[in-house]
Design a protein around this ligand. Structure first.
Ligand code: GAR
Length: 208
């Protein structure tokens, strides 16, 4: 497949960008048949932008506007415009800490995926690994899912379990969950890029 026809990813993140790096490395190794068209962050100093620039990728800070947990209307329009200009086929949320709303979801309906650090539907929301530890579960993990209008609630594409140890701290557990994320996310993105994934109601079906 030549560059013009490749499946194009847009990546959105607010943090250090380790999931972005895992996907970028999997692409380099030929494990994900896609290219990264643009990386966008709502945080100017985010590690994800630095990691994208180190790889000579198109990396943009786009101001999120006046709200703390979502984009304001003007920012939403700017994000959608940039992603459409980059001809993005799939929008990959990699630690993007704002909830996407109506306009955004409509523009990329069924084409937005997210990774969450728990076995959803357990522990949606912030610091899911701490929620798991506080609850005393013996197994947690990570989930890749399609994004819908709820918080961490869309159809589940893939999950990877991580056992909780008696001596785990928030940091040690988070570290092992992230290691699992770095395996799971590239695998799920590859399957979508290969057209192997379809959605039937809430159920995501993988074709081998
Ligand atoms: C990841 O652990 C991801 O699961 C979490 O943010 C982290 C980003 O890390 N996302 C959420 O909690 C979304 N609800 P990264 O910047 O190193 O990829």
């Amino acid at each position: 497949m030549n560059g013009a026809n490749k499946f194009r990813l847009g990546v959105l993140g607010s943090g250090k960008g380790s999931n972005f790096v895992a996907i970028a490395e999997a692409i380099t190794k030929g494990l994900v048949p896609a290219e990264i068209a643009v990386v966008i962050s709502d945080v100017e100093a985010a590690g994800i932008l630095e990691a994208a620039r180190e790889r000579n990728l198109n990396a943009r800070f786009l101001a999120p506007g006046k709200f703390r947990t979502k984009l304001d209307e003007e920012a939403e329009r700017t994000y959608v415009r940039e992603l459409q200009a980059a001809r993005v086929d799939l929008l990959v949320l990699a630690g993007f800490m704002r909830v996407l709303k109506g306009e955004f979801l409509r523009a990329f309906e069924g084409r937005i995926v997210n990774i969450h650090p728990s076995l959803l539907p357990a522990f949606p929301g912030l610091e899911a690994w701490k929620q798991a530890l506080d609850h005393g579960v013996k197994v947690t993990g990570c989930t890749v899912h399609f994004v819908d209008a709820g918080v961490d609630s869309g159809p589940i594409i893939g999950q990877q379990p991580v056992p909780v140890r008696d001596d785990d701290t928030a940091e040690s557990l988070h570290q092992r969950i992230q290691a699992a994320e770095h395996e799971l996310y590239p695998r799920c993105v590859a399957a979508i890029a290969q057209g192997k994934v379809s959605v039937r109601g809430r159920t995501v079906v993988w074709r081998t």
